[in-house]
Ligand binder design. Structure first.
Ligand SMILES: [Zn+2]
Ligand SMILES: [Zn+2]
Length: 463
C-alpha cells in the first residue's frame, strides 16, 4: 500500500487557521430512504466557523499563571478554561483550551468549539464539554466529554449492501485525565471505544468482532469514504485515520499534524505528519533520531510531550495500546484488558475492492472543481456481509452517490464502464493523505438497500 507523502510538499509556512469543511449539498434522495447524516446542515457549520476561528487563538502561553490572559484559568499543565471574554463578561459556554504547538508557536487552542453544534437537529449539541474533580488514579481531574457519537460529516447511507447496521445517536460520557501520565505497563486495547475524535465519534481498535484486522487482509470490513461504519448497536466508529475529521486547523502536511482526538489515557492523538512532508511512522529515519513511534503509535518530543499519531496504511493505524494510565470508566473492557500491545493479523487479500478497477488521476490540486474518472468492472463479485454474501452483476445505472474521502461528487455521469464525477476540492483540503472512494447504486442491493462498492487509497490532494 502506498502511503508515502508526495515529494513535492514544500517547506513549512505559517499554518492557515481556516479549516472550513467545504462540502456541497447532497442530491435529494428519490425515496423515503433515511437522510444522509448531517449533510444538509453543513451551510450552518460554515457560517459559524468564521467565528470559531477568531476565538481559537488567544496568545502565546506565558508559562505561569500571571502570564495567562484575563478570564483564563489553568486546569492542568495543558488544559485551560476560559470563562470570560476580554471585556470580563461571562461566556455562555466556557471554552476549554489546550496548550499546543501550532506552527512554530505555542498557543491556547480551542479544540472543541468547531464540533459543539447541534449537527443532527435534535436540539442537543453533538459534543458538550465540562470538567470534574479527580480520582485516586487521576488526582488532577478530568475533562468530561458528553457526545452523541454521531458523525458531523457526510457518510454512506446505512444499512447498505456492505453493512446491515444503522447509525444511531448515542449518549456517551467520556472522561479524559487532565494530567495524563505514562504508565509502567502498556494497557491492552479493549474492543469498543478506545478514544474519541474531537467530533465525539469514537475510535475502535483495528479488529472486528472475529478478532481479525478490519482494515486490511481478507477480513477487511466495509468502511465508508470517511473511514467509519456503524456496529450492531449503531455506534459509528473509525478503525483508521478518519479523513473527514477536521481539527480546528487544516493539515497541509507542512508541519506536525494537529490534534484530531484523545485516547482514554488522556494523551492526544494527532494526524499523520511529524514534520514537512514526513509522516510520523517514517520519522525513524536518520534525520530525526529518537522520534520513531513506539508500539502504541506514540512518541514524545520536548514541545508536546507524549502523543500518539495516526498512521495511514500502517498498522495499528490509530493506537497500538495505551502508554498512559487509562481512565477505566470509559470502556468496561478496560477492567480486564490486561497489558501488552496488539499485533497485526492481516492475511490474504481483501474481499473489498472488486467493482472499482481504477480511479484517475491519482492526485488533484486543492481549491477548485476537479474531474475524476472511476473505471468499473462489470460482473464484479460483491462483498460478503454478515447477513450472507450478496452477489450479482454490477448495475447498469449511473451511480446515485460517489464520495472520495470527505468530498462528495457534485456531478455523476457514466459511459460504459467509466463513471465521471466532479469534486469540489476546498483550498484548505488535507494534503498528501490517500483517500478512499465509495460508490452507491440506490436500491440495487438486497431488500432495496443501496448496493455499495469501495476502493481504498485511490486519490490524494497535492499542491
Ligand atoms: Zn468496525
Ligand atoms: Zn509527533
Amino acid at each position: 500500500m502506498v502511503t508515502d507523502p508526495p515529494g513535492n510538499i514544500a517547506a513549512s509556512g505559517p499554518l492557515k487557521d481556516s479549516s472550513v469543511l467545504v462540502l456541497p449539498l447532497p442530491p435529494q434522495p428519490g425515496n423515503a430512504m433515511q437522510p444522509r447524516p448531517n449533510s444538509v446542515r453543513f451551510p450552518i457549520v460554515l457560517c459559524w466557523m468564521g467565528i470559531a476561528v477568531l476565538l481559537s487563538l488567544l496568545a502565546p502561553a506565558g508559562g505561569s499563571a500571571e502570564g495567562l490572559p484575563a478570564g483564563v484559568e489553568r486546569l492542568s499543565q495543558r488544559w485551560f478554561l476560559r470563562t470570560r471574554d476580554e471585556a470580563g463578561s461571562r461566556l455562555n459556554k466556557p471554552l476549554y483550551l489546550y496548550r499546543d504547538m501550532v506552527g512554530d508557536r505555542e498557543q491556547y487552542v480551542d479544540l472543541f468549539s468547531y464540533h459543539m453544534r447541534d449537527s443532527n437537529g435534535d436540539g442537543i449539541d453533538e459534543v458538550r464539554i465540562s470538567h470534574e474533580p479527580g480520582s485516586d488514579t487521576h488526582p488532577a481531574g478530568f475533562l468530561v466529554i458528553s457526545s452523541q457519537g454521531y458523525p458531523n460529516h457526510p457518510t454512506a447511507i446505512f444499512p447498505n449492501s456492505g453493512n446491515p447496521n444503522s447509525i444511531r445517536v448515542q449518549d456517551f460520557t467520556f472522561r479524559l485525565p487532565l494530567e495524563p501520565r505514562l504508565a509502567e505497563q502498556t494497557t491492552r486495547l479493549p474492543m469498543g471505544p478506545i478514544g474519541t475524535a474531537l467530533n465525539g465519534v469514537v475510535f475502535f481498535n483495528p479488529f472486528e468482532q472475529g478478532g481479525m484486522n478490519a482494515v486490511e487482509g481478507y477480513a477487511e470490513v466495509w468502511l465508508d469514504a470517511c473511514c467509519g461504519h456503524p456496529q450492531q448497536t449503531g455506534v459509528y466508529h473509525y478503525h483508521k485515520y478518519p479523513s473527514c475529521v477536521k481539527s480546528p486547523f487544516q493539515d497541509d502536511g507542512k508541519q506536525h499534524s494537529p490534534i484530531i482526538g484523545f485516547a482514554w489515557d488522556g494523551f492526544p492523538i494527532h494526524g499523520p505528519y511529524e514534520t514537512a512532508g514526513v509522516m510520523a511512522h517514517q520519522s525513524d529515519s536518520s534525520d530525526s533520531p529518537g522520534l520513531a513511534l513506539d508500539a502504541c503509535n506514540g512518541h514524545a518530543d520536548a514541545l508536546r510531550g507524549y502523543h500518539y499519531h495516526t498512521t495511514p496504511g500502517r498498522f495499528p493505524y490509530i493506537l497500538g495500546g495505551y502508554a498512559g494510565v487509562v481512565e477505566p470508566g470509559n470502556n468496561r473492557g478496560l477492567r480486564r484488558a490486561g497489558s501488552g500491545v496488539i499485533e497485526n493479523n492481516a492475511a490474504g487479500n481483501s474481499a473489498i475492492g472488486r467493482g472499482i478497477v481504477a480511479v484517475r488521476p491519482g492526485a488533484v490540486p486543492p481549491g477548485g472543481k476537479r474531474t475524476v474518472t472511476i473505471e468499473l468492472e462489470p460482473g464484479a463479485g460483491m462483498l460478503a456481509t454478515g447477513a450472507g454474501p450478496e452477489t450479482g452483476p454490477l448495475p447498469d445505472a449511473v451511480p446515485s452517490w460517489v464520495q472520495i474521502g470527505p468530498y462528495e461528487a457534485t456531478a455523476i455521469s457514466r459511459t460504459g464502464n467509466v463513471v465521471t464525477i466532479s469534486l469540489d476540492i476546498p483550498e484548505d483540503a488535507t494534503l498528501g493523505v490517500l483517500l478512499d472512494c465509495h460508490l452507491e447504486f440506490e436500491g440495487a442491493g438486497r431488500g432495496g438497500r443501496n448496493r455499495v462498492y469501495k476502493r481504498n487509497d485511490v486519490l490524494r490532494v497535492v499542491e
